[in-house]
Design a binder for this molecule. Sequence first.
Ligand code: DO4
Ligand code: MG
Length: 290
Amino acid sequence: MKLCRFEVSGHKSLGILDGNFIVDLSSSNPEIFSEVDALVSAAREKEMSIGELIRIYVKGARRIGCEETRLRIPLVPTEVWGAGVTYLRSREAREIETRTKGLYDQIYSDERPEIFLKGSGKRCVGPEEPIGIRSDSVWTVPEPELALLLDWDANIIGYTIANDVSARDIEGQNPLYLPQAKIFKGCCAIGPVITTQDEIANPLSLQIEMRVLRSGKSVFEGKVSTSMMKRKVTELVQFLKRDNILFGCTILMTGTGIVPPDDFSLKHDDVVEIDVEKIGRLRNPVIKLT
Ligand code: DO4
Ligand code: MG
């Protein structure tokens, strides 16, 4: 099921996206289906998966036409973490951009993956909301990634799409500048839905596609399969949770396997579209921050 968070007349609730309709779960139970954290708590209390709990309430819930609503970010996660250099393409691109040669070759082949804090979910945006380009970056790219939704015990409860927008010039200048390359206003887009864990038997067999549109025309297109990822998703989760605390529902991005050519940078007014099989399309306009 495709869990979404939608808004009607300023009120946000959880629903299931079903073609051109949204099944309004909050019409069956407004408390459980107010936010993803409340749903996850209720499912744990009843010792059910979120999919099982949704199935109980979906019957009898009212249906609303998508045109009457607006999809919002599916949740504002407490934290967003990123895995880096999990695809060969990312390793190649990082080695070209960095002044610290050999660093990313090592990260790619080491037992320990690169896992970094992308920051608070409060800097994330949802579908159709603007992602940012830092005012001090001239080389910023979108990074289309499969993202895991984890509960506070680091169980994978769903999958979504993330755009790990990154300033490659700042990242390449010095590896210690990574937080500045990764964390700024609108540095991450998430959505449009969370596909429940039971619907994706193998997260390492999904097609990811990205397009960047400029004045309506495609200026970059790329695709990759998550089967090209070097790490298993469970391996990334194990490293994130080791001796760590997750404070609520958390997003873990699994890394990018699509990197535009080195002379490509996002521009103000571009639009980025990311499609991930079994999840949907995440679409965001781009703004240059001032
Ligand atoms: O340190 C670089 C981060 C790389 C990254 O975000 C990715 O591979 O997706
Ligand atoms: Mg990334």
